[in-house]
Design a protein around this ligand. Structure first.
Ligand code: PMP
Length: 305
């Protein structure tokens, strides 16, 4: 979004001008990574704008907060209303939404009882991994950085501090000229992308890494598992060794920001034909079809603005 900030933001119960949504430099989260957040998209659909799986995202926000004892002083319904209000106030249809809750100003110690600050920002966002990525796919690499072990930092919480790992992975990949980095777990087995889950296709079957592989079990991942099974495709959640990245017929990355992005090479080795394969294409059609109306939303995922 570079410097084009939207006009309005929601902070602690009110919509205010973007520039006024400030925090103190001694806010706990700034020093210790003690924030939890979500990334959500709204889409323009034939029936008007809809926020995709808003409730599921907010439920995950509260679960992330629960892990860290961050008390969010609003109900899910109140935060859902805040999300809708701020998108509307900024006159957006297709947008990215960023609810965040964090320990604010209230003490200097690690276990200090700080009040929770909550904000919801929103801004227009196109394809996260670049305009060509959805069509042509991206070149990925395996990162020299591992994901954190499960008994160190819980990957299942979407917490600010986790994204130090994500930054190392993503920045290293970009520095080396790749579109995105893929990390191994502390077990040496495959984990996920810097901010995306992974699907590998072998002989028409989709394989994705399990929750125990230090991943954030994404809502897009769950969406694709559901859509694939509806198509009669088999999906297995399983441990995957690194070399499977070089052997798969197709690989895709998915996430709210990355949507459904084909991977055309890993570590310079071509994946399959080097183009998005038939299963990736089918899942893209089914996924984006939710927003054009071609895929029937049988799950109530499109939540009206
Ligand atoms: N893994 C990580 C580390 C992420 O940051 C994200 C993006 N939230 C995902 C996976 C994908 O999750 P979702 O589909 O819920 O956006």
């Amino acid at each position: 979004m570079s410097q084009n900030y939207p006009e309005w933001i929601w902070q602690n119960g009110e919509i205010k001008p973007w520039r006024d949504a400030t925090v103190h430099v001694m806010a706990h989260a700034l020093h210790y990574g003690s924030s939890v957040f979500e990334g959500i998209r709204s889409y323009a659909t034939p029936d008007g704008a809809a926020i995709f799986r808003l409730t599921d995202h907010l439920k995950r926000l509260y679960l992330s907060a629960k892990i860290y004892d961050i008390e969010i002083p609003y109900t899910i319904d109140e935060l859902a209303a805040a999300c809708r209000d701020v998108v509307k106030k900024n006159d957006l249809l297709a947008a990215y939404l960023r609810p965040v809750a964090f320990r604010g100003l209230g003490g200097f110690g690690l276990s200090a009882e700080c009040p929770t600050d909550v904000a919801v920002a929103t801004w227009p966002m196109g394809p996260y991994l670049g305009p060509e990525a959805l069509e042509n796919g991206i070149d990925a690499c395996v990162s020299s950085w591992q994901r954190f072990a499960p008994n160190t930092i819980p990957a299942g919480a979407k917490a600010g501090g986790n994204y130090l790992s994500g930054q190392l992975i993503a920045r290293e990949a970009r520095r080396l000229g790749f579109g995105e980095g893929i990390a191994l777990a502390s077990t040496g087995l495959l984990s996920e992308g810097a901010g995306e889950n992974l699907f590998l296709v072998f002989d028409g079957v989709l394989h994705t890494t399990p929750a125990s592989a230090s991943i954030l079990a994404g809502i897009t991942r769950n969406t694709l598992i559901t859509l694939a099974r509806e198509e009669g495709l088999e999906v297995v959640e399983r441990d995957l060794p690194r070399e499977y990245l070089y052997l798969a017929d197709e690989i895709l990355m998915c996430g709210t920001a990355a949507e459904v992005t084909p991977i055309r090479s890993v570590d310079g080795k071509q994946v399959g034909s080097g183009k998005a394969g038939p299963i990736t294409r089918r899942l893209q059609e089914r996924f984006f079809g939710l927003f054009t109306g071609e895929t029937k939303d049988r799950w109530g995922w499109l939540e009206k603005l």
